[in-house]
Design a protein around this ligand. Structure first.
Ligand code: NAD
Ligand code: AKB
Length: 340
């Protein structure tokens, strides 16, 4: 008999760190199988049942996992983020699309074999949106899930397509098979805004300027911000992002009418970041040196999101607004981190 477990891909990343920690705190009995191309640190490793340093593109590895485990839930976090995917678009497509397809197939195979649904949690992104220019972006304000979805980056296109793949696996998979099976992939996706963690640093993304500004200031390092002071995006702190994933996972399927949900917490400009950081770290030096090419990507992402559907269907509500995020979570935690 196979062992029941939860699979987390990309477990060594920013969300992975928070998710492994929170899941094991809430359910000490949980068996987490973690995969990442980069080895997990000791502390995180000890919280997992099995840790695999490997590539989600390795079909033999995925087959081995399918033979040993029955996954009740898959948190598929592994991805190449927006800036890296724009520099290496083919790699981005391979990991973000082919990698996701391989995991959806694993989930579908397991659901068919056990007759039980396999929950598949997929972190999509505000990169799935593509607004044509800054004037339209600022005029539009909050976007709904079905508006402005002509993504302009490889990463955003990959995310949007994987949302569609998830919708297919959820509702239409092998729809012309004469003998329908009982178990299916229960796909659920969140379009996350830029995330800010006090305990990890982002790499390879476009919304990284917000968290980077804070981490540099806390270490006394000068920061060259690659967007202008006016650049505005929706952001959220990591504890709220983890809450959202766990909350969506726990929601009974009958309450969900969609497979993709926006969630929001606060929409702020790079200057708003600077002001709050300068107050906490008066010696912070931030030079605004916009990179017009990266700025275009920020300009194509929405200034804010309409998350009323998530609020209505699974009671989404962030715990942290901008002020509380910095006063009660980010500043105290980064100060502690860098004075250790
Ligand atoms: P991250 O870059 O910190 O983590 C991604 C992890 O995936 C890394 O540890 C990386 O080593 C791993 N990985 C990459 N390619 C792999 C492969 N082929 N096989 C196995 N592992 C591989 O990113 P994150 O912030 O933790 O993001 C997790 C997910 O959330 C991603 O899908 C990302 O697109 C999404 N997301 C993140 C943000 C954000 O602001 N952090 C916002 C929206 C969506
Ligand atoms: C990125 O900038 O690529 C991510 C995201 C918003 O998806 N942080």
């Amino acid at each position: 008999m196979s062992t029941k477990a939860v699979l987390i891909t990309g477990a060594n990343g920013e969300i992975g760190h928070g998710l492994v920690t929170r899941l094991t705190e809430a359910h000490p009995e949980i068996r987490i199988v973690a995969i990442d191309v980069h080895p997990l640190g000791k502390e995180l490793k000890h919280k997992c049942h099995e840790v695999i340093s490997g590539d989600i593109m390795d079909a033999t590895l995925i087959d081995r996992l399918a033979a040993f485990y029955d996954f009740e839930t898959i948190y598929h976090l592994a991805a190449i983020l927006s800036t890296k995917a724009e520099r290496e678009p083919v790699l981005g497509h391979r990991v973000n699309v082919d990698g996701t397809l391989g995991l959806l197939e694993l989930a579908a195979r397991q659901a068919r074999a056990t007759g039980e649904n396999v929950k598949f949690l997929f972190p999509s992104s505000i990169a799935a949106y593509g607004l044509p220019d800054i004037a339209t972006k600022m005029k539009t304000g909050k976007v709904q899930e079905n508006e402005w979805v002509d993504a302009r980056t490889m990463y955003g296109i990959n995310k949007k397509y994987c949302e569609d793949l998830g919708r297919y696996y959820n509702w239409y998979y092998r729809q012309i098979d004469p003998q329908p099976t009982t178990g299916h992939v229960d796909f659920r996706s969140i379009r996350f805004p830029g995330l800010i963690s006090a305990v990890t640093l982002p790499t390879g993304g476009t919304s990284d300027y917000g968290p980077e500004m804070m981490h540099y200031a806390a270490q006394g390092k000068e920061y060259n911000c690659f967007v202008p002071e006016s650049a505005t995006l929706p952001f959220m702190v990591m504890p709220d992002a983890i809450n959202a994933l766990l909350q969506l996972e726990a929601t009974p399927a009958k309450k969900l009418t969609q497979v993709v949900y926006n969630i929001g917490a606060f929409s702020v400009s790079a200057k708003d970041f600077y002001d709050v950081i300068k107050k906490a770290f008066p010696r912070a030096v931030v030079n605004f040196k916009p990179d017009s090419l990266r700025q275009k990507i920020v300009d194509s992402w929405p200034a804010d999101v309409d998350d009323s559907l998530a609020r209505k269907e699974w009671n989404w509500k962030p715990e942290y607004n901008f002020q509380r995020a910095f006063d009660e979570y980010l500043i105290p935690a980064v100060k502690q981190r860098y004075t250790k």
